[in-house]
Every structure is written in structure tokens, then in C-alpha cells.
Design a protein around this ligand. Structure first.
Ligand SMILES: [Zn+2]
Length: 261
């Protein structure tokens, strides 16, 4: 009888130990990551609520270096001679409709050199209307070229899009835009990335964040002062898939804007 009692006591002790070990593993986040918390641009998951959806998105509400911003051109400090070099070349793309935007992923080496620092171009995606504004002006669309360096630090080039003549360099992407979430497209032709840039390279630089959850800060932003153009038909084609997928402008209380060339 005594043996049986000891056996049960030990069993209970083991169970308690294992159970609390598992719980602490879960709490410390060493379990496989759960699916990202759902967010969007409307209703209960709209940008004003992002910071409340999960602890992981707290920076969306509490950050001091948040993006996008309304760039006040007269307040930007001019830094002529800053080195910004686009070493892009025609590249194959994997286009995906990710449920928030249409995104073209790149594998090949396309380097942005910013202040003697190398960043690799990872993906290009679009917002409608623009997220950044210049002197209060909202543009019909904005293209984001997302780069990372070898340590994972982010640099994003923002290119505003106005309505004008059609842009043939976007055809590779536009002819294959996947209409439904989770859909992929693999265009047969390469995307001529360098020709997606405006000819004039006056650029607003500031320190900001991702404009989507988790709103991670420490992002080097380079917003082109000159827009590129897409035709009304091209803009409408994107609009039929996504519209109003733009985060409102934020009070970036710490980031200073520089004008670089
Ligand atoms: Zn973006």
C-alpha cells in the first residue's frame, strides 16, 4: 500500500513538472510560430486598431519612428552628394497576391548602395492610393522596393505614381497580376527594374518603419521626390484587385527628413 502511495505521489510530481515545463516553453516563444494575427485596412482590423490586435504589433501604436509620413519639402535638410547607387538589372520575378497587396519577389542579385552600405532588393509591392504624401499631396499609387542588408536591416525605396502615359516597363508585372489571395504568377519575361525608377533622383530620406504590422522600426526610407506615371487603365487594373490598402500618415515624432541626390 505504501509503495502504491509513493508511486502515485511520484507520478503526480512528474506530471506537474512536465506540464509546467511545457507551459514555460510556450511562454518563452520557443514553440513554432503561430500564424500571423489577421490585420487589414477596414473595420475592426483597420490601421487604428493594429496596435491592439496582438502584443507583437505594439509598435504600430506606440512607436516614435512610424511610417508613412507627409513629407514637408521645405523642412527637408539638403544633403547634396550623398551616394545612392542602384545596381539593378532585368530579373525574373515570382508575383504573389498576398492578401494585402500584389508583390513581386526577386531572387537574383539587385543591389542598392546607400551611403556605402549594400542592400539586396527582395520584393516590390504596391499601395493604392499612395501612403507617403509630399506637401500634403496624395498620389494615385505608390510602389515600395524592399531591401535588406546582410544583418536583416531594412531599406525601402518609395516611388509615387501619378496618372499619365502608360508605363511599358511595368508590363511584365501588370500582364500577370494575380487577382485572388494566395495566387502566384511567373512571367516568362524578366522585369526591367532599373527602368521602374524615375529619371530624376532627388530623394527624401528619413528613419521610419514598415507600414504594415508589425510596424517594425529602424527602416531606412528613401522616397523619390519625382513620381513615375501609369496610365488610367494600368491604375484601374490594380484598383480592381486592391484599393485603399494604404496606412494613413503617422506622426513620426523623431525622424528627420533629409533631401539627398
Ligand atoms: Zn509597402
Amino acid at each position: 500500500m505504501q509503495k502504491l502511495l509513493i508511486f502515485f505521489t511520484l507520478s503526480l510530481l512528474m506530471y506537474t513538472l512536465i506540464h509546467s515545463y511545457n507551459r514555460s516553453r510556450r511562454d518563452s516563444g520557443s514553440e513554432p510560430a503561430a500564424a500571423a494575427t489577421h490585420w487589414g485596412y477596414e473595420g475592426e482590423v483597420s490601421p487604428v486598431h493594429w496596435g491592439e490586435l496582438t502584443e507583437d504589433y505594439l509598435q504600430c501604436a506606440e512607436g516614435h519612428f512610424q511610417s508613412p509620413i507627409d513629407i514637408e519639402s521645405y523642412r527637408a535638410e539638403a544633403h547634396p552628394g550623398s551616394i545612392l547607387d542602384f545596381k539593378y538589372h532585368p530579373s525574373p520575378v515570382d508575383i504573389v497576391n498576398n492578401g494585402h497587396t500584389v508583390q513581386a519577389n526577386l531572387e537574383e542579385e539587385n543591389v542598392l548602395v546607400a551611403n556605402a552600405h549594400d542592400y539586396q532588393l527582395r520584393q516590390i509591392h504596391f499601395h493604392e492610393p499612395s501612403e507617403h504624401r509630399i506637401d500634403g499631396v496624395i498620389y494615385p499609387m505608390e510602389m515600395h522596393m524592399v531591401h535588406t542588408d546582410s544583418t536583416g536591416k531594412l531599406a525601402v525605396v518609395g516611388i509615387l505614381i501619378k496618372e499619365g502615359p502608360p508605363n511599358e516597363f511595368l508590363n511584365t508585372l501588370w500582364e500577370a497580376l494575380p487577382e485572388h489571395p494566395e495566387e502566384h504568377a511567373h512571367p516568362a519575361t524578366s522585369c526591367d527594374i532599373v527602368h521602374l525608377l524615375p529619371e530624376e533622383h532627388n530623394i527624401y530620406h528619413y528613419s521610419g518603419s514598415l507600414t504594415t504590422p508589425p510596424c517594425t522600426e529602424g527602416v531606412e526610407w528613401f522616397v523619390m521626390g519625382t513620381p513615375i506615371s501609369l496610365s488610367k487603365t494600368q491604375i484601374d487594373k490594380f484598383r480592381k484587385i486592391y484599393h485603399n490598402n494604404n496606412r494613413p500618415v503617422q506622426e513620426n515624432t523623431e525622424g528627420r527628413v533629409e533631401l539627398v541626390y
